[in-house]
Design a binder for this molecule. Structure first.
Ligand SMILES: Nc1ncnc2c1ncn2[C@@H]1O[C@H](COP(=O)(O)OP(=O)(O)OP(=O)(O)O)[C@@H](O)[C@H]1O
Ligand SMILES: [Mg+2]
Length: 304
């Protein structure tokens, strides 16, 4: 993360496009804002590419002219207009539909676009930061992402490591979140050890939610391992023999015990389905309603 920090400082001082890669919850948006804040010029506008679907995409991005369609009583500025002088953060860029990729490429090349229903071109001067949890090189190879747009965006690249590859950061993050959400809560060594040995498929976001849950359920000051979600303690006991096995039968209310993050639920669903199909991934993907490549990607993310 020190290296990430150094890169952020260097990237923040230039105006070249930045591409941020990393699993879900690793802090891509946090880093994008940090890059922007180094010089903090102008607005930071988030363009959520995963929600940019359907016929509204263009008017969201480029705005529309008065009278462009029924109900367009006034002209409306788009996200790109709003980013003028600052940064446009294209979040989940890997989700952008192919035809929009072409339009975005044109905008990035010419810095000019036309609002829906407008006759003249508009221009906006913004810095480009894009992020995705997909492997864009693979997306390009499989023709789901335009190669020319990839090269446009991939000028400076930053890869955020998953939390399981930087476990030494976990105590610092835990204390940071306790300061934010807790109330003089203290973390005993064995609880910290359990938090450090868990693999965190949802990365920092999952850790943050776990700390939130732990402090919400405990008046403090100590946060015993029994305050951990059962997924983490089960994981712990599998890793370390029996240390935390008792935790799951500790009389913690079952409703609290059954709280899981979406990442945990997803991982469980996948592993259980694979067990059911005796490891047949094609059948498992079908049962889960996802593509086979998505299943492979997720298994890789979980290190399975
Ligand atoms: N280094 C950090 N210090 C403190 N909080 C962090 C850090 N990294 C991430 N977080 C927190 O973790 C959560 C997830 O971060 P963020 O939204 O940036 O992840 P992301 O990579 O964009 O995830 P996704 O791919 O799911 O959108 C946020 O609540 C953020 O505040
Ligand atoms: Mg994000």
């Amino acid at each position: 993360m020190r290296q990430v920090h150094r890169l952020v400082m260097r990237m923040g001082k230039s105006r070249f496009p930045v591409l941020i890669l990393g699993e879900t919850g690793t802090g891509k948006e946090v880093v994008a804002r940090a890059v922007h804040n180094v010089e903090s010029r102008g607005p930071f506008v988030v363009v959520d590419c995963s929600s940019l679907a359907g016929p509204l995409i263009e008017s969201e991005l480029f705005g529309y002219a008065k009278g462009a369609f029924t109900g367009a009583h006034n002209q409306k500025l788009g996200l790109l207009d709003a980013a003028n002088g600052g940064t446009a953060f294209f979040d989940e860029i890997g989700e952008l539909p192919l035809e929009m990729q072409m339009k975005l490429l044109r905008v990035l090349q010419e810095k000019e676009y036309r609002a829906v229903g407008a006759l003249s071109q508009r221009s906006s001067n913004f810095r480009v930061i894009a992020a995705t949890n997909r492997d864009l090189a693979v997306e390009v190879r499989e023709k789901r992402f335009r190669e020319d747009l990839y090269y446009r965006l991939n000028v400076m690249r930053l890869r955020l490591p998953p939390l399981r590859e930087r476990r030494e950061d976990i105590p610092t993050l835990v204390l940071h979140f306790i300061q934010r959400y807790g109330n003089d809560h203290q973390v005993p060594d064995e609880t910290m050890a359990a938090l450090q040995s868990y693999d965190w498929p949802g990365n920092v976001r999952e850790l943050e939610h776990t700390v939130q849950q732990m402090v919400a359920m405990n008046s403090g000051p100590w946060l015993p391992t029994t305050a951990l979600s059962s997924t983490i303690t089960h994981f712990e006991s599998r890793m370390n023999g029996s240390t935390a096995a008792a935790a799951s039968s500790s009389g913690f209310p079952s409703s609290a015990q059954s709280i899981m993050t979406l990442a945990e639920i997803e991982k469980r669903a996948i592993l259980q389905t694979l067990e059911y199909t005796k490891g047949d991934r094609t059948v498992a993907a079908g049962l889960l309603g996802i593509g086979r490549t998505t299943l492979y990607r997720k298994l890789k993310e979980y290190g399975v």
